[in-house]
Each structure stands twice: as structure tokens, then as C-alpha cells.
Design a protein around this ligand. Structure first.
Ligand code: HEM
Length: 499
């Protein structure tokens, strides 16, 4: 190597080392910095293996604010729930949700975001996932749930009085996914939704590695094939052949078209929102039903509430009689079930909330500490570890207590404390701030409808009454509701047949 080439090589090497963050040092006023031992990758392997365990380790080492290197990014984690307000109230010019989401959505759904297209989603959400629009969607969900849960078993007289044995995860996920899908994307035939569910489950399993960009090449081919399947299945061409497509889907579709988005991209977007709307509700319905079955006093309390609501609304389950009409008002008369839903999500919903830092900011903590956060970094919070299982906020945090979110007078409990101070963000299954789940009211209704119908129409029990609570699949931290590592055998019996 000549002297000149040597200098070029050295300059390139230093530039590269700079880019991969080797020279980054903690500046005065910044949070503790932990780069890990592997250049550029930093802690990504340990983080990916078990996010919860890793973040707990970092918190013990550095306290409740720290910056770590993850795959080329410096991410500052804020783990003090009393200081979350700062994070959520910071302006979009400083902390931005979109930039991060755009990158992820391109990688996992093949969708290229265009300027201002989030507005279309927000308008459709405001119209259909809240207020009167929500009522229409909830009714559609109810009709599909009843259809799938009750008519399935009336096909043959032989099944009339039979107990059936099933895996609870697959049963709940299948029913809630398909009913939700049919309510949103319209009806065609029963087999179509079944096939879609099985393909969705395959994609579901590839999703975490795909999102982190660590899917092996063969599986990447599978993921691509599945994406193409969904783009095609949810395409405008297919939607046009269906009945009762929801206003939510049509408005998003129309809005995107008016913005000049190609049909191909709109089809891809339809897959994005299928994922957002169906990926968490099925697993959540499993956990809710499982916990109720596992804790008989919880199930008894919910059953008592369902009986009362039916009686007070003049409805009865009768052999051969009409199906119950579970109205919106009835769904607001279930504080016990509401608390059980919230407790289930506290134990099983674990989103990772991330923002891109667009300008240098000063993070002001509730106790007066201040930290400088650099432009170009990311900020994140993982409420599962900092809130959901904090024993200060939720005593015996690993236990399921169906009435944790109830006051002694039966009203909703909203006051929780940490170190004697009231905690505003005492559970965060839906995220918070600009990216807070717009489907949360619909999702809660879906979960309640499913349980209501199960309790009203079925007898069910765990095959093993002392069944252990399944472990959470550690590879899914950060992606919403966790999955169990195994299914749970259950037996079910439809009490009374209906028209
Ligand atoms: C138990 C069920 C559900 C859970 C736990 C859940 C959780 C979440 C979370 C945590 C986020 C925010 C992610 C972030 O900040 O990065 C989110 C976003 C979103 N959710 Fe949900 N969700 C559920 C059901 C639904 C349903 C049923 C719908 C629609 C009908 C829906 C539609 C959406 C959409 C469209 C977004 C993106 C919002 C945006 O980009 O502004 N979700 N969800």
C-alpha cells in the first residue's frame, strides 16, 4: 500500500468507526450510556432474546433513564412512569412517531407511506371507531360472533349435546379473528375467513424476526409469499365482491385513492390495518377466557354480572328461542368484566413505544432531574416493566386479580400510586399520546362480546383444573399482546340451541 492509499484507508476506517458509533461518549447532562460490546449492533441480540429481562438488567445498572446502542441506533429508555407526561406531551417537531413507524411498515407490510396519509386513517378512526360509528361496527361484530360461535355447532344433531375438546388459544383466536375480519372487510363465505386465519397465523409467527430484520433467507421467502397472499386477498377487486364491508375500510380505501395512491399500495395498506386490527384481539381473548377459567371466583363474578345484565334488559336464553341482542347500553353495564379485561391486558399486553428524536431536547423528569437527548437518537418506553408489573403500583403484580380495577363500591378504579404519588399512566396496553390505539373501544367491545356469549351460551372448563398459567413467548415483547408458549386444553358444551 502506498503512503497515499494508506491515508485514504485510515480515513475511511475512522469514518466507518465513527458511523458505527465507536467514538460516541456520554456528554455532560446526558443519561448513562451503555453501548454494549459489539460495535454497531450494541445490545441488540440480548434485547431481542428477552426484552423484559434485558431492560430490567439495565434499570438495575443505570436507573430509570439510560441510553443503549441497538442495531445502529442510540435509544434512550424512559422507565419512570411519573415522568411519562413529558414524553407524550413533547411536540411532533421534536419527538416523532411516524418516522419510526414508516420504516417498520415498509419492512413488514411492503407499504410505502406518503406525505400526510396518516390523516386519512385518523379521519376514518374518528368516524367509525368512536361514537355512533362504533355502534355500527360493534353490531357487525356481534352478528359475526354469534354466527361463528353458535351456528357452527348446530350443523348436526349428533353434536347437539356433545362436549367438545379444543385448544383454547386456537379456538379463541380463530373465532375473534374471523368475526373481526368479517365485520371489517365484509362477508363472503365461511371457508374464506378460515383460510385467511391460517395464513395469518403463519405470518404472525414470522412477524417478530421480520420486524427486527433477522429472518433467515428461506423464511423471508415465506414471508414474502404470505404478504402477496394478503395483498391479493384484501385487494379492492376482492372487496368489491363482498357484502357489508365496514365504513372504516371503505373510507380508508376511498381517502387513499383520492390522494392518488396506486391500487397496489392501497391493497398493501389493507394488510397493514388487518394486522393492526386483528393481531392483538385474538390473543387477548384467549388470555381473558383462560384467566377466568383458571380463577373460578373471577368467572363466578363475571357470570353473575352477565345474568344480571340479561335479566335487567329483559332478555333470556331459551332453548330454540331467539339469540340475545347484546346492545351497546348492555356493554356499558359490566364493571366487573371491564376490570377483568383491564387486568388481562395489564398482564399480557407489552407494546414498545418508540419515537425518533428530531431536535435536541431536554427531558424533564418529575423529580426535577433533567437529561439532554441528542437529535438523531430514539426515545422509547416499555410500560410492561415500568408500569404493569411494578409492585409499587400494582401489588402482587404477577397475580391475576379480576377486581384490581374496581373500587369497593363497584365503580372503576383509576387511582394508583407510586412512591406516594398518583400515577396517571397506571396501565398502557394501548400505548399513549399520538400513537395511542384508535381501535381500543372497539377492541374492548370485541373482548366483552366474546366473553358475554361464551358465558351465556356455553359451559366450559379447563381439562386440567390446576393448569399452570402458560409462559409468555419471550420473542414477542414489544409487539402488543403476548402469545403463550403452548396451548391449553379446554372442554366446552353449548348449553342451549337457538334459532
Ligand atoms: C386488544 C387489542 C389491541 C391492542 C392491545 C392494541 C394495541 C395497540 C397499540 C399499543 C398501538 C400503538 C403502537 C405504537 O404506539 O407504536 C396500536 C395502534 C393501532 N391500533 Fe390497536 N390494539 C388492539 C386492537 C385494535 C383494533 C381492534 C383496531 C382496529 C379496529 C386497532 C387499530 C389500530 C391502529 C389503526 C393503530 C395505529 C394507529 C396510528 O398509526 O396512529 N387496534 N394498537
Amino acid at each position: 500500500m502506498t503512503g497515499k492509499n494508506m491515508w485514504i484507508f485510515l480515513a475511511a476506517l475512522i469514518g466507518w468507526l465513527y458511523l458505527i458509533g465507536v467514538f460516541r461518549v456520554r456528554r455532560p447532562g446526558e443519561p448513562p450510556l451503555d453501548k454494549g460490546f459489539i460495535p454497531w449492533l450494541g445490545h441488540v441480540l440480548e434485547f431481542r432474546r428477552n426484552t423484559l429481562q434485558f431492560l430490567e438488567r439495565m434499570r438495575k445498572k443505570h436507573g430509570d433513564v439510560f441510553t443503549i446502542q441497538l442495531g445502529g441506533f442510540y435509544v434512550t429508555f424512559l422507565q419512570d412512569p411519573l415522568s411519562f407526561g413529558t414524553f407524550f406531551k413533547e411536540s411532533r417537531e421534536k419527538l416523532d412517531f411516524r418516522k419510526f413507524a414508516q420504516h417498520l411498515v415498509r419492512r413488514v407490510f411492503g407499504y410505502e407511506t406518503i406525505e400526510d396519509d396518516h390523516r386519512i386513517l385518523q379521519m376514518a378512526n374518528n368516524k367509525h371507531l368512536m361514537g355512533d360509528g362504533l355502534e355500527v361496527m360493534t353490531q357487525a361484530m356481534m352478528a359475526n360472533l354469534q354466527n361463528l360461535m353458535l351456528h357452527n355447532n348446530t350443523d348436526s344433531c349428533a353434536k347437539e349435546s356433545a362436549w367438545t375438546e379444543d385448544g383454547l388459544f386456537m379456538y379463541s383466536y380463530n373465532i375473534v379473528f374471523r368475526a373481526g375480519y368479517l365485520a371489517l372487510y365484509g362477508n363472503k363465505d365461511r371457508d374464506e375467513s378460515e383460510a385467511l386465519f391460517y395464513e395469518f397465523r403463519k405470518y404472525d409467527q414470522l412477524f417478530p424476526d421480520l420486524a427486527y430484520g433477522v429472518l433467515p433467507p428461506k423464511k423471508r421467502v415465506d414471508a414474502r409469499r404470505l404478504m402477496e397472499f394478503f395483498w391479493e386477498s384484501l385487494s379492492l377487486q376482492k372487496l368489491r365482491t363482498k357484502d357489508s364491508v365496514s365504513g372504516w375500510i371503505w373510507d380508508i380505501q376511498r381517502g387513499k385513492e383520492e390522494m392518488g395512491l396506486s391500487e397496489e399500495m392501497i391493497n398493501r395498506y389493507m394488510f397493514t390495518i388487518l394486522w393492526a386490527s386483528q393481531g392483538n384481539t385474538g390473543p387477548s381473548s384467549f388470555w381473558l377466557l383462560f384467566y377466568l377459567m383458571r380463577y373460578p371466583e373471577a368467572l363466578a363474578a363475571v357470570k353473575g354480572e352477565v345474568d344480571t345484565v340479561l335479566r335487567e334488559n329483559g332478555q333470556k336464553i331459551q332453548r330454540g328461542g331467539p339469540l340475545i341482542n347484546l346492545t351497546r347500553t348492555m356493554l356499558t353495564q359490566t364493571p366487573v368484566l371491564d376490570s377483568a379485561v383491564e387486568e388481562t391486558l395489564r398482564l399480557t399486553a407489552a407494546p414498545l413505544l418508540t419515537r425518533a428524536v428530531l431536535q435536541d431536547i431536554t427531558l424533564k423528569m418529575a423529580d426535577g432531574r433533567e437529561y439532554l437527548i441528542r437529535k438523531g437518537d430514539r426515545m422509547a418506553m416499555f410500560p410492561y416493566s415500568s408500569v404493569h408489573i411494578d409492585p409499587d403500583i400494582h401489588p402482587e403484580p404477577r397475580s391475576f386479580k379480576y377486581d384490581r380495577f374496581l373500587n369497593p363500591d363497584g365503580s372503576k378504579k383509576t387511582t394508583f400510586y407510586k412512591a406516594g404519588k398518583k400515577v396517571k399512566y397506571y396501565t398502557m396496553p394501548w400505548g399513549s399520546g399520538v400513537s395511542k390505539c384508535p381501535g381500543r373501544f372497539f377492541a374492548t367491545n370485541e373482548l366483552k362480546q366474546f366473553i358475554f356469549l361464551m358465558v351465556a351460551y356455553y359451559d366450559f372448563e379447563l381439562l386440567n383444573p390446576n393448569e399452570e398459567v402458560p409462559e409468555l413467548n419471550q420473542t414477542r415483547w414489544g409487539f402488543g399482546t403476548m402469545h403463550p408458549t403452548r396451548d391449553v386444553r379446554t372442554i366446552m358444551f353449548q348449553k342451549k340451541k337457538h334459532k
